[in-house]
Design a protein around this ligand. Structure first.
Ligand SMILES: [Zn+2]
Length: 313
């Protein structure tokens, strides 16, 4: 891993926030946005925004522009044009075609239910069946199984080796490109050097690292922030009552996000401008003071005054 880290540290810092437009930003996504923004700015880097709208079945109309307006209301301005995955289909298809030409892809006709019945981990059932590629799910032969990696915040992450070796989906049977593929293709295209995001993506990162290797491209460094949970195991999301954060009164939620990320803001900061608050946070933020936890529970509505944060794990 030291080679990867050395390479990454020599690249210009380019970070990103990559929300899925499935609803408005809530406190959990604000923490990810603020954490990635501050880490980029502390390191004199660029902070990009990418709308991950590849799964069109989950996209909510209007959510993408709503998210961008919310980021602006919080003073979180991005440095380059926003990219939308839904407009990049040909780029993803080019990568799939390249992998097909390398004979690394096969069509799979197994249903989720069948894979579950086979133990939940795909064992290459369709590998030598030569199904045609059209109208089929496509799997990538795993040549670079990654069962551990070093996370800048969470330390050494270890993955079930069977999962690491799995031939995973890169295109679904409904024709949609898989998240694992598009996120890596976009991180390469945008030359992302460091990814700061929520700890729910700790395990999928191993798979993404294997794809960077397969595509012969340097991987970013990763720092996975603690997730905001309503109760153990339940991250804040639309499904469990997380309210949209206010765009008319951004400062209290911003202050709470700073606290969540290990900063110690005085309440007096609330009487300053948003720009001042962010500038203050840039002088104080460091990954070393972010709690090294994967889940932190909020005791009450996280945008209220003085929420309590308790580390779960
Ligand atoms: Zn199969």
């Amino acid at each position: 891993m030291s080679d990867t880290a050395d390479t990454a540290s020599k690249r210009p810092y380019r970070g990103r926030f990559a929300p899925s437009p499935t609803g408005p930003l809530h406190f959990g996504s604000l923490v990810a946005a603020v954490g990635s923004y501050l880490d980029a700015k502390v390191n004199h880097g660029k902070w990009l925004v990418r709308i991950e709208d590849i799964d069109t079945t989950r996209v909510v109309a209007g959510a993408a522009s709503d998210i961008l307006k919310t980021l602006e209301a919080y003073g979180l301005y991005w440095d380059e044009s926003v990219i939308y995955q839904s407009q990049r289909q040909s780029l993803y298809q080019d990568v799939v075609t390249q992998l097909i030409e390398q004979q690394l892809i096969y069509a799979c006709h197994c249903s989720r239910k069948q894979i579950k019945a086979m133990g939940g981990i795909y064992q290459g059932h369709c590998k030598n069946r030569q199904y045609p590629f059209t109208d089929s799910a496509l799997r990538l032969t795993q040549c670079y199984a990654t069962s551990q990696y070093q996370d800048l915040l969470q330390g050494l992450i270890q993955i079930d080796p069977r999962l690491a070796q799995e031939d995973y989906l890169i295109k679904r049977s409904d024709g949609l490109f898989a998240y694992q593929l598009v996120v890596v293709v976009d991180d390469i295209a945008q030359n992302i050097s460091r990814v700061v995001r929520g700890a729910d993506l700790l395990d999928p990162t191993a798979r993404q690292l294997s794809l960077f290797q397969q595509l012969k491209q340097p991987s970013p460094e990763y720092a996975h922030l603690p997730l905001v949970v309503a109760k153990p195991g339940f991250k804040l999301s639309k499904q469990n009552y997380a309210p949209a954060i206010s765009t008319s009164s951004a400062k209290p939620a911003l202050l709470n996000a700073f606290e969540f990320l290990g900063l110690k803001p005085e309440k007096a900061l609330l009487s300053e401008s948003i720009e001042y608050m962010l500038a203050w946070a840039i002088t104080k933020f460091s990954l070393t003071t972010v709690p090294k936890a994967t889940e932190i529970q909020v005791s009450q509505h996280p945008v209220s005054q003085d929420p309590q944060f308790a580390i779960i794990k």
